[in-house]
Every structure is written in C-alpha cells, then in structure tokens.
Design a binder for this molecule. Structure first.
Ligand SMILES: *[C@@H]1O[C@H](CO)[C@@H](O)[C@H](O)[C@H]1NC(C)=O
Ligand SMILES: *[C@@H]1O[C@H](CO)[C@@H](O)[C@H](O)[C@H]1NC(C)=O
Ligand SMILES: *[C@@H]1O[C@H](CO)[C@@H](O)[C@H](O)[C@H]1NC(C)=O
Ligand SMILES: *[C@@H]1O[C@H](CO)[C@@H](O)[C@H](O)[C@H]1NC(C)=O
Ligand SMILES: *[C@@H]1O[C@H](CO)[C@@H](O)[C@H](O)[C@H]1NC(C)=O
Ligand SMILES: *[C@@H]1O[C@H](CO)[C@@H](O)[C@H](O)[C@H]1NC(C)=O
Ligand SMILES: *[C@@H]1O[C@H](CO)[C@@H](O)[C@H](O)[C@H]1NC(C)=O
Ligand SMILES: *[C@@H]1O[C@H](CO)[C@@H](O)[C@H](O)[C@H]1NC(C)=O
Length: 490
C-alpha cells in the first residue's frame, strides 16, 4: 500500500520531465520534455497561417488547445502518450511500457537514482518519425527539444514535418557523437542526422531554431579542418522531392547541411549563423555542400560562417542558387572536386545568381585537385560584394599548389556576369588551369572589381584556351603556388 503510494507520488514528480507524443489520424504531435504540463495545455500553434500547414488548427476540434497530455491511452494504441525520458543507449533509468496508465509506470527505486538522467527528446522524436513518417504529418510544438542521440530518418515517404521550437544538440557527450555519428562517405565525414526518403518536407516557418552547440566543437577542433566524428548538423541522404524551408541554425557542429545521393531538393528561406567567439576559427562550418545529387534549388539564405557558404562538390548536376547573402565566408564555390584521382567527379549546369557578400574570402570560385572528371556549364551572375579576399579564383591544384598540369578535369563553359565589388588586395581574378586539360569557353561580362585601397586590379591567367576572346584582359600569369587566400598585394 505504502509502496504503491510512493510510486504514485514519484510518477507525478517525474511526469513533467516526460514530454508527449500524440497521434491523431495520420498526424503525430510532439511536445518537448522540457515543457511543463501547464505549458503543454496552453501552448498553441497560432502563428502559422492555415494555408502553410497540413492540418488546419481551426478544424481540428480543439486538438491544439485542450490536449490532456496525461490522459490514459487505450491499451495498445500506438502513439498515445508514449513516455520517453530515455537516456543515451546503455543507460536505461526509467522505463515506460506503452499502454500502461501513467500511474502504473515502473519507476526505479529512489535509492539507485543518483543523478537524474539528462533530458533527451531523441526517443520521442524518433518514435514520431516511426509512427507518422509514411503518409503522415509530424508537428513538433514550441519549446526546447534536447537531442542527445544520432537520428536516422531516411525511410520517410509522403511526410510533412513541421518544427515550431528549438532543437539543441548536446555537447556534454562529445565522445558519443564522435563514435556514433553516421558516415556520409564523403571525405570520411559524419553526420548527426540523416533525413531521406520520398516526398518529404521539413518546415520551420522561420521559428525553428537548430542549435548545435558549435562553439564546443570549434574549440575542440582547434582550427583542424576535419576532426573525425565532428558531425554535420543535417544531411539530406538519398532523398527525392525534399523541401527544407524556414529554419534557422545557430552554432552548428560542423557543416550546417549536406545534400548527398539526392534528387529534387529545395532548400529555401534558411538562416545560418556559426561564427567563433573564441580565438579558434570556425573552420568547416559551411552553409551547404552538394555531392552526388541533382536538381537542387537553393534560395533566400543568409549565412555567416567561417568557411564556404555554398559549395557544389563532385557529381552535382542542375544546381540553382538564388538570393543568398554570405558574411565572413567563402561564397559561391565549385569544389573541391577530384580529390580521389582514380574516381571521376562531374559537375554541370550550375547557376549562382543574386548573391551578396560581405568580408568574405571569395565571390566565385572553382577549385579542383589534379583529378579526373569535368566542370562545365556554370554561371556566376549578379554578385555584389565588399572587401573580398580574392573574388574570382580558379585552380587545378587546390591545397597542394603542385601538379596543376596533371589535372584531367577540363573546366569549360563558365560565365561570370555582372560581378561588382571591392577586393581586399590587388587581385580581381586568378585562374590557373591544367595544360593537359585547359580551361575553355570562359566568358566575362560586366566585371567591375576594384581593390579597396585603390590599387590597379590584376587578372592572372594560365592555360585558358579562349583567353583572347573571353571578355576580361589578363595582366599576367598565375603560378601554381598562388594561394587561395592572400595576405597582401601580389
Ligand atoms: C500523403 O499522406 C496524406 C496523409 O498525411 C494522405 O492524406 C495522402 O493521401 C497521401 N498521399 C499519397 C499520394 O499517398
Ligand atoms: C520536386 O519536389 C517538390 C517538393 O519540394 C515537388 O513539389 C515537385 O513536384 C517535385 N518535382 C518533381 C519533378 O517531382
Ligand atoms: C524569397 O523571399 C521572398 C521575400 O520574403 C518571398 O517572396 C519569396 O517567395 C521567397 N522565395 C522562395 C523561393 O521561397
Ligand atoms: C532574399 O532573401 C532574403 C532572406 O535571406 C529575403 O529577406 C529577401 O526578401 C529575399 N529577396 C528576394 C528578392 O526574394
Ligand atoms: C561520380 O560519378 C561517377 C559516374 O557515375 C562515378 O564513377 C564516380 O565514382 C562518382 N564520384 C564520386 C566521388 O562519387
Ligand atoms: C546549362 O545550364 C543551364 C542551367 O542549369 C541549363 O538551363 C542549360 O540547358 C545548360 N546548357 C547545356 C548546354 O546543357
Ligand atoms: C558588412 O557587414 C558589416 C557588419 O555587419 C557592416 O557594418 C557593413 O556595413 C557591411 N558592409 C556592406 C558593404 O554591406
Ligand atoms: C547586377 O547585379 C546587381 C546586384 O548584384 C543588380 O542589382 C543589378 O540589377 C544587376 N544588373 C543587371 C544588368 O542585371
């Protein structure tokens, strides 16, 4: 008698730390563990117009405002009040069996409960994907969700995901992330979250915020470009017809996003801000990279990062980037590609347009290793900038600065149109192609790049077949050793 009363009391005490997942028809509604029951009941998704939603709050018979999160589910009902204060794998403290009433849950005796397990919303998030990831809608309500585990949600089909709150990735369990993040194959990099499948939308309505606790990762990496296990925030992995819209990132762990083995991916109205507040630089916090993917549309982004803003990597076809503003970052980049000399990398049909840059390292770059493959049919158009280190740069031997002439990656049919702004030093453009696979059909129009200190701008060119007719006058040649970042005039 006494014991069951104790269990009852403990259940009530621990319930506010439990979050909730509801299923109503094909819609899953998730509330973060950190929300109190009172907040849960009162909270409503009111700022999203019904036209932008898959479930109209007005027609949902009070689903939004009068939810009783602790109502007992019918035994065996999937999704009704699933209870997840689930710690990391291997550290089970507190189990709940689906179908029990909240008052019948198994609670661990108080004596063995040393420190409470950190709040982890990952299990209920994954459960929502499991229950509503096919022909369903998943709504993550406002509040803060704590993510302490990797997420693999690659089997989605006809699924609409709405995020109204803040997702925070933990940084007090770095060894876990370093061991368990999923490989994305490319350059042995890893990711904390893989999202894929068919006909998937992930929308944040300008309210969703992804916080990767990136300063911890930046300080740990100490300027190393690639620290093993430092995870990409979100990877679109084997996705077809995917929309990512209206999400803000702050302090991502590594690259904000990566698009791999995917087709027809639209990423719009995104904001990314990862910039080191310590003495360590925020290297490799790219806005996005695309790889082995086609039909990608990127528009309306604002990015502050210490590294590339938009980078189109090997085997990317039909990429359209529009209206992106980048601060402190590399800007519009093809590459790096060709890093594995035995494996060809193809990039074609890419447009970057309506781009604004402020204090960035570049404006319009193409960088390859001396590998194989090709880069062709790329347009850089309407790019406006201030204080950019080296606005236009093409190299066939990035990072090694050797063996440029061994590259068998021809770079052809490249247009730079309406490129205007100030360069930090006296180089407007530096282009070093391979003698074995020269650049061809380059075209420049409306180029107005002025060194910010008033010097005369240099244009350095080597191995460009149509140099005489390309529309830009070369002032000299570019040695292999010419770096991608300048420290002064050359
Ligand atoms: C997609 O899922 C919704 C439920 O969210 C369903 O009403 C609709 O029929 C599904 N569409 C297809 C093509 O299966
Ligand atoms: C591409 O994906 C979007 C959703 O982002 C979808 O509306 C569109 O129909 C898809 N296009 C094709 C050709 O399937
Ligand atoms: C870009 O933003 C503008 C202004 O907010 C909006 O009108 C337009 O629809 C957005 N474009 C896309 C593709 O979302
Ligand atoms: C460009 O994107 C920004 C958001 O980054 C948005 O505020 C602006 O309205 C967009 N402009 C156009 C012309 O779509
Ligand atoms: C790019 O595609 C080609 C041809 O499909 C393939 O052989 C090559 O391995 C791919 N490259 C990479 C880096 O995946
Ligand atoms: C070049 O790329 C543009 C934009 O993706 C595309 O419209 C055009 O058809 C491509 N040209 C060729 C010759 O493939
Ligand atoms: C560049 O950004 C800085 C900081 O946000 C701002 O003060 C400055 O006015 C910007 N310059 C231009 C030309 O937009
Ligand atoms: C050149 O680009 C700027 C912005 O980058 C834009 O305002 C202007 O309209 C463009 N000019 C032409 C002729 O397209």
């Amino acid at each position: 008698m006494l014991l069951s009363n104790l269990i009852l009391v403990l259940s009530i005490i621990f319930l506010p730390a439990s979050g909730s997942l509801f299923k109503e028809g094909s819609t899953c509604i998730v509330t973060p563990i950190s929300a109190s029951p009172q907040a849960l009941v009162r909270r409503s998704i009111d700022t999203v117009p019904s036209t932008g939603r898959d479930v109209d709050p007005d027609q949902s018979t009070g689903l939004w405002d009068v939810i009783d999160p602790y109502k007992s589910p019918a035994p065996g009902t999937p999704g009704a009040l699933t209870h997840f204060p689930h710690p990391e794998p291997g550290r089970a403290h507190f189990h709940a069996r689906r179908g029990l009433s909240p008052f019948e849950r198994e609670v661990e005796p108080l004596t063995t409960r040393q420190t409470p397990a950190p709040v982890d919303d990952t299990p209920q998030i994954l459960e929502a994907f499991k229950q509503c990831g096919q022909d369903g809608t998943i709504i993550f309500r406002e509040g803060t969700y704590h993510i302490r585990q990797v997420m693999d949600t690659t089997d989605l089909r006809n699924c609409s995901i709405e995020i109204h709150g803040t997702w925070v990735w933990s940084a007090d369990n770095i060894p876990y992330w370093r061991q368990r993040s999923f490989s994305v194959t490319y350059a042995n990099r890893q990711t904390a979250w893989r999202l894929g499948g068919r006909d998937v939308s992930l929308r944040g309505f300008g309210k969703a915020l992804f916080d990767g606790n990136g300063q911890v990762w930046i300080d740990l990496a100490r300027g190393q470009a690639n620290m093993d296990g430092r995870p990409i925030s979100l990877t679109i992995w084997k996705g077809t017809n995917v929309l990512i819209d209206g999400i803000r990132w702050q302090m991502a762990q590594f690259w904000h996003t990566f698009v791999a083995h995917s087709q027809n991916v639209t990423m719009t109205n995104l904001e990314m801000h990862t910039y080191s507040k310590s003495s360590q630089s925020s290297v490799n916090t790219d806005g996005t990279n695309t790889w082995n993917s086609r039909d990608i549309y990127i528009a309306n982004w604002t990015v502050t990062s210490g590294d590339d803003c938009i980078a189109v990597k090997g085997n990317s076809t039909n990429v359209h980037v529009r209206n992106v503003t980048c601060y402190e970052s590399g800007a519009m980049v093809i590459g790096s590609i060709g890093s594995n000399s035995w494996q060809p990398d193809y990039v074609e049909n890419v447009v970057f347009e309506d781009i604004k840059l402020n204090h960035s390292s570049n404006a319009a770059w193409i960088k390859t290793y001396p590998g194989t493959g090709y880069v062709r049919n790329v347009t850089f158009r309407n790019i406006e900038f201030s204080d950019v280190n080296q606005p236009i740069y093409v190299t066939a031997c990035i990072y090694s600065y050797r063996g440029c002439d061994n590259s068998r990656i021809p770079i052809t049919d490249i247009r730079w149109e309406n490129i205007t702004g100030t360069s930090r030093y006296n180089v407007a453009a530096a282009m070093r192609c391979s003698s074995q696979a020269p650049c061809d059909r380059f075209s420049f129009s409306n180029i107005n790049i002025r060194p910010k200190n008033g010097e005369t701008a240099k244009v350095l060119c080597t191995n460009i077949r149509n140099q005489a007719t390309m529309g830009l006058t070369c002032t000299g040649s570019m040695p292999e050793s010419h770096p991608q970042q300048l420290n002064g005039n050359v």
